[in-house]
Ligand binder design. Sequence first.
Ligand code: NDP
Length: 314
Amino acid sequence: MENNVRDVIIIGSGPAGYTAGIYAARANMNPLILTGMEPGGQLTTTTDVENFPGYPEAVTGPELMADLQKQAERFGTEIKYEYVTEVTFGEKEGDVHTVKSNNGTYQARSIIISTGATAKYLGLDDETKYAGSGVSACATCDGFFYRGKDVAVVGGGDTAAEEATYLSKLCNKVYLLVRKEEMRASKAMQDRVANTHNLEVLYNHELIGLEGNNVVEKAKIINNVTNEEKELIVDGVFIAIGHKPNTELFQGKLDMDETGYLITQDRSYKTNVAGVFAAGDVQDSVYRQAITAAGSGCAAALDAERYVAEFFEA
Ligand code: NDP
């Protein structure tokens, strides 16, 4: 075991984790970031990011994450490319927490969890084949690249309804593929879908494949009632069947909602365990943007700093 108890360990290295690192390091908290299996998080799998303030000419996802990492390191954040295997939280205020990784055991007075969420995919080989070349799981991130084009959205929940209506403002035509004969989305969202003239809902339809020369040109779909197959001429497909927060490690240890998102307490980033904070997509099923994640990482670091000052320092 590392023999110093740190002020803070940050688990996860997306925009929330690195921003927490920047703030914690500048507050002399000697932060350690354990990156997890995907250093840089979801943004490392995207291409251009045009909506992160401060980059008027856009930046690629990997570049943005490399910049955030450099900025965190500049102030002394230590970064280890390790994944956490177990956490043991202290029971009360002033207790120390223990974090085990694949390569060591660490202790800290506070923990910031920023393990993110992972977009769910259908599991088709073509989703991987055309990743970043016509397949996306984020309309706010990538919709702009499909201006004036035809696209399809897969899913029947609020996310799919929201993505489809968002895309309808940018695209020529949007197909919404719903696998059942009804949508799960809220009534208000369904009304919005119904009232959007260039959005066509195809109930009982599933995506079964994609075709195109390097980029998506066609979506192959099936009517799961009649088994009739057909092709849609589209330039992009947005998979909007939900996200899975990365919270398996914390099952039974931290309060979560029914889908596994960590619950933070009113107007703070505190979890139900003293000295444990959560930031970014792991606690946010609504906004899920890099900039909102970064903002919450900042706030969680400020919360952690105050907590350590209150319960550990003379
Ligand atoms: P949901 O789990 O609510 O919906 C997922 C949708 O994807 C369902 O329609 C489901 O179909 C469909 N689906 C799942 N797997 C497949 C598959 N293999 N093939 C085809 N379709 C599939 O996820 P959301 O991300 O939509 O929402 C998550 C939570 O976030 C919800 O509580 C939602 O209300 C909330 N939210 C709120 C928003 C807002 O208030 N503005 C915006 C976005 C989300 P089926 O119905 O058949 O199971």
